[in-house]
Design a protein. Sequence first.
Lengths: 84, 138
Amino acid sequence: MSTSVRQPINSDSVTLDARGLKCPMPIVRTAQKIKDLSSGQLLEVLATDPGAVADFAAWSRATGNEIVSQSTDDGVYRFVIRHR
Amino acid sequence: MDEQPLSIVLFSGTDDRLNAAAVMVAGAAALGRPVHVFLQYWGLEAFRAGRLTEPRPLAPEAGSDGARAVAHLQQAGQQHWSETLRQAKEIGEVDIQACSLSMDLLRLEQADLDPLVDGVEGVAAFYVSAADGQLMFI
């Protein structure tokens, strides 16, 4: 398990663990979660769905929520998204 | 921001096609697109109140290998199509309407349908809500 799971990005950030969820649930849960955040707040999402990289890029373009960083660690994709 | 509506005619009542439709609905809702679903024939029959999670057959092309693959995906944690639709409705503008002709065919009243179904309408109302957006038939 990656250390990012336990260590928040900053005190204001929220983490969504979407590992194991099948398409399109990582995006659906992200869209659900981001509604609870305020503008500018960061959301960290962990996902294992093989379509996640393409899907999060498309979702970010369509909704205007910016992906500020992304990485892969042992089959787990990690996205940090800034709420628009 | 893409807000073109997506309209889906859901005709089929097999488990795999209901799942495919739910995935298309939820994905569009996550992108902020309004979604209109028009339930016809066996697609409507699948939305009877209290019977959403009944076991349903697969499309004929599935075969026995396909049935095993679908069962495996469900064991691996794929959620039920009705739950996917419920979550799609939570995050976006998803309107599910029963086709009035199919209501007659199946001898149903709206009270016989699951609350996921928002109402009953005819094909003209469906086309008007579809406007210039994409339309798919499942």
